[in-house]
Design a protein around this ligand. Structure first.
Ligand SMILES: Nc1nc2c(ncn2[C@@H]2O[C@H](COP(=O)(O)OP(=O)(O)OP(=O)(O)O)[C@@H](O)[C@H]2O)c(=O)[nH]1
Ligand SMILES: [Mg+2]
Ligand SMILES: [Zn+2]
Ligand SMILES: [Zn+2]
Length: 508
């Protein structure tokens, strides 16, 4: 969704339930209306005099001199008075009125200009942004619910409704800058803007979202059916929320909506080594892809981050049957593309017979080429990138389930040392990526590698195992699952990468 689309969507939002500031809103329009009316009245009078003069000049034959002269001279003198006196006088009065309005409006207009700039600068410097995990609607300023009457204010920033606060139609004052003066609600409790309930900017569906002065970090996980997306998301969201963040003194909380329930599911699946199939909701008003969202907050992390890891049923992803537009691919920090090694025909043919019953039943069959085509189409649509141009969002291509059939031996340290010894262009920092590329090339996927290279500007290949063993045989024991997330964060949000200690730094 580009900025023009975002602006068009904002136009669909309902009118602001706030009282406009008189001098900023109605002062000049009122002046223009009054002046227009006065000039129109003068114009009518002048036309009347002209008619009188014309009648005197072209009176029917036989009209006496006096009968012509009196209306002519009174008409002419009156018209002259209107032109010489009336119009300039009216212009002077209008000018004086405009000066009064301008003087009265100037401090407010200046205040609006300055405060708006200050608020916008703060948002830009902190790189504040939000995305609704349900509708995938990105926003810079969410709606805010009035604590007294519940009305939603979608334009709670300095403007025609006020400089430091807006007044809701119910009379409640609401701060309209991030630092805004504390206002108090009907029970006398004071609050700042970010303490108000934030509401999604989807005009069709106002619902609570996380919008509190935060920066959104959005990583969608794409792939065909049963490629291991949900298992991968379970592994990385557990690592982030239960292990890495707590160890770094970063507090984890869950935004409104289904986030807490999703997190409980992740923790339970992790402990049991299970993974549930992601089903497409039959209710078309429900979103198809879902976000595991959590907020990370600490004194070292300003502003707090709201991380959205997005999952999708593989079937809908490839068939393009999601219920909602997949806007997240246009604003993502990076995208993870999961590939089941067994879906590579040569790998599957050689190893399928080595899998046990559970692994065979959960095998991803979708061709990686088809999945890649679906991903490119979605990313092009969401980011508005023309077909001939490379996509800029970092893409992590992840071969999952490498615990199966002993595949991990293709990617371990011994394999990396071996490759480095044979190929001097491979170093310890890109050995993993090179091993994965070689795995694709050796298994007849040269075209896939070329297609990726020609369509993406920043790509890296990874191999991991999310569960670490066959599903349902003990808790998750992930192997290298955090690497793709760490690589994406290192590029899109180095500060978060550092705060989480993913750069290898010691804890703060
Ligand atoms: N051995 C092993 N099996 C895995 C691993 N990850 C996933 N699987 C198996 O693959 C199956 C599918 O994994 P999911 O995570 O549900 O795959 P998905 O991509 O989310 O599938 P959909 O939701 O249907 O699109 C699981 O039921 C597991 O049996 C892993 O790391 N190791
Ligand atoms: Mg799934
Ligand atoms: Zn929404
Ligand atoms: Zn109100």
């Amino acid at each position: 969704m580009d900025s023009a689309e975002m602006q068009a969507a904002r136009k669909l939002l309902p009118a602001e339930p706030a009282q406009a500031h008189y001098f900023l809103d109605q002062g000049f329009p009122d002046l223009v209306a009054t002046a227009k009316e006065a000039f129109a009245a003068l114009g009518r009078k002048a036309r009347e005099r002209l008619v009188r003069i014309r009648r005197a000049l072209f009176a029917p034959y036989g009209t006496g001199f006096i009968e012509r002269a009196i209306p002519f001279t009174t008409g002419l003198s009156s018209l002259t008075a209107i032109i010489v006196g009336g119009f300039p006088m009216m212009a002077l009065i209008t000018l004086a009125h405009a000066t009064v309005v301008a003087i009265a409006a100037a401090p407010s207009a200046l205040g609006v200009a300055v405060m708006r700039r200050v608020d916008a600068l703060h948002a830009k410097r902190a790189d504040l942004s939000g995305i609704c995990p349900t509708c995938k609607m990105p926003f810079q300023l969410p709606g805010y619910r009035c604590p007294s009457c519940g009305a939603i204010h979608y334009r709670l920033r300095p403007g025609r409704y006020g400089v430091l606060h807006h007044t809701c139609t119910c009379g409640q004052k609401l701060p309209c800058t991030w630092f805004g003066s504390d206002e108090s609600d009907k029970d006398g409790r004071t609050f700042k803007r970010d303490e108000l309930e934030a509401v999604c900017t989807n005009p069709a569906k106002p619902h609570a979202v996380e919008g509190k002065e935060t920066r959104a970090v959005c990583i969608p996980v794409a792939g065909g059916r049963s490629t291991g997306k949900t298992a991968f998301l379970n592994a990385v969201s557990y690592a982030l929320t239960e292990q890495i963040a707590p160890a770094r003194g970063i507090s984890v909380s869950f935004p409104p909506g289904d986030s807490s329930a999703f997190h409980r599911e992740v923790v339970a699946d992790y402990a049991a080594g299970e993974v549930s199939m992601t089903v497409e909701p039959t209710d078309l008003s429900q979103p198809t892809s879902r976000a595991l969202s959590f907020r990370l907050q600490s004194s070292a992390l300003v502003p707090p981050r709201t991380v959205h890891l997005m999952d999708v049923p593989g079937e809908s992803f490839v068939a393009n049957t999601e219920h909602e537009r997949q806007v997240q691919y246009g604003i993502a920090d990076g995208v993870v593309l999961m590939i089941d090694p067994m879906s590579i025909p040569l790998v599957g043919d050689a190893n399928r017979h080595r899998l046990g019953m559970i692994d065979s039943a959960g095998m991803g069959m979708e061709s990686p080429d088809r999945v890649l085509a679906a991903l490119i189409a979605k990313m092009q649509d969401a980011s508005g990138t023309p077909a001939g141009q490379r996509l800029c969002t970092p893409l992590a291509i992840v071969l999952g389930k490498i615990d199966q059939a002993g595949l991990f031996r293709n990617f371990d340290d011994a394999a990396a040392r071996d490759l480095m010894a044979r190929d001097p262009s491979v170093t310890s920092s890109n050995a993993h990526d090179a091993l994965c590329r070689r795995f694709f090339a050796d298994n007849g996927m040269g075209n896939f590698l070329n297609a990726v290279e020609s369509r993406f500007a920043t790509v890296r290949y990874f191999a991991c195992s999310a569960i670490g063993h066959v599903r349902g045989t003990g808790p998750y024991a992930p192997r290298d699952a955090m690497e793709p997330i760490s690589w994406i964060l290192a590029q899109s949000d180095p500060e978060l990468h550092r705060a989480l200690g993913l750069d290898g730094g010691s804890s703060a």
